[in-house]
Write a protein that binds this ligand. Structure first.
Ligand code: UDP
Ligand code: MG
Length: 346
């Protein structure tokens, strides 16, 4: 587990482990949970192995947690983790990954924008030998055009700047082999930009494309601020180019200053009626330099802030409730003689 290990993952005999684990972050999705469960249930009938459905309640304030508890009571495949407060989508997925027990792990959103009906296609690619299958959005239907434009530009900027090849237009909807998840869980980095980390770990990767539909119900939970901060996280975690940008800006400012100095000297000596007189010129120069300095300090701040977060070593999330992980998912007869032990995660 990442960070301080507060939550030991219950160990159960490997013969009783599920084959597929679904990780679903949930933040105020009361109007989607039942429909999501209904569709997952239908899909699970087509699969060749037992599934576990891990809901990660990211500090919801509506009835989401209650609905998840109810599902857990009627279906032992439903497990859940509940955060003590809202820690954010990436941390919710991270927590789910810390607890999965299956061989193939599928991450999908709780608002049905990542259609569960694609799960068999993801599994087909996994069975063909790929360790990581991500779903790329070919179209985003009826989403906010401003958000779409920003997402379009951001993914392309990230592609230019990032040190690893992060696929364009992909969210967190993907299937990962157990081996990939083990590596992700072992990465101690606290700034979890999962689609970047997922690309960084390597392994054999492939994609399937899909049309992203609008949410089934409810409002978008990724506010503009949250999306922006996720974008900055992605850029800062996977590129050092912004740091170099500060140097380049400084060099540009120095170059402009040198040209200006030469011009002033020239005008003073050769053409005394200098066009460079008055406050306006001085003010522009001051503002320009001030802007360069502030932007550079801001960029440095982004990196230093992340170092500070890493050094503090706080746990990534605090759980207030969890259920379903101590249970085996195999038929009763196979497991009655086995003891379920709880051991600390390594
Ligand atoms: N989500 C979360 N914590 C948050 C924000 C969102 O767990 O702080 C969940 C949300 O419930 C949904 C998924 O993350 O299952 C994606 O959120 P949303 O649909 O708002 O984002 P978008 O699809 O617009 O990127
Ligand atoms: Mg969504």
């Amino acid at each position: 587990m990442t960070g301080i290990n507060l939550y030991p993952v219950p160990q159960i005999p490997s013969s009783s482990l599920p084959k597929y684990s679904l990780v679903i972050p949930i933040y105020n999705e009361e109007s989607n949970i039942r429909e999501l469960y209904r569709r997952l249930n239908r899909i699970s009938e087509q699969l060749d192995g037992v599934i576990e459905i891990i809901f990660v309640d990211d500090g919801s304030r509506d009835r989401s947690l209650q609905l998840i508890r109810d599902l857990h009571k009627i279906d032992s495949r439903v497990c859940y983790l509940s955060f003590a407060r809202n820690f954010g989508h990436q941390i919710a997925v991270t927590a789910g990954l810390n607890f999965v027990r299956g061989q193939a792990i599928i991450v999908l959103d709780g608002d049905l924008q990542d259609p569960p009906e694609l799960i068999p296609d993801l599994i087909d690619e996994w069975e063909a030998g790929y360790d990581l299958v991500y779903a790329q959005r070919s179209k985003r239907r009826r989403e906010n055009p401003v958000k779409r434009l920003f997402a379009y530009l951001f993914y392309r900027l990230l592609k230019c700047l990032a040190e690893v090849e992060i696929p364009l237009d992909t969210g967190d909807f993907c299937l990962m082999d157990r081996e990939v998840v083990n590596v992700l869980n072992a990465i101690p980095e606290r700034n979890r930009y999962l689609r970047g980390l997922r690309a960084w770990v390597g392994f054999s990767q492939t994609k399937i494309t899909f049309e992203r539909h609008p949410r089934f119900a409810g409002d978008v939970k990724y506010t503009f601020g949250k999306s922006f901060s996720l974008a900055i996280d992605g850029l800062v975690s996977f590129s050092k180019i912004p740091l170099r940008l500060a140097t380049y800006l400084g060099l540009l400012a120095a170059f402009i200053a040198l040209i200006m100095a030469c011009l002033v000297l020239y005008w003073r000596i050769v053409a005394p009626a200098s066009p460079l007189t008055g406050f306006a010129t001085i003010l522009i120069a001051i503002f320009f330099l001030g802007a360069v300095q502030l932007v550079s300090i801001g960029i440095l701040g982004e990196y230093i802030g992340r170092i500070y977060e890493e050094v503090k070593g706080r746990p990534l999330y605090i759980l207030s409730e969890m259920a379903g992980f101590e249970k085996s998912l195999a038929p009763e007869s196979e497991t009655t003689s086995e003891t379920t032990q709880i051991q600390p995660d390594s």
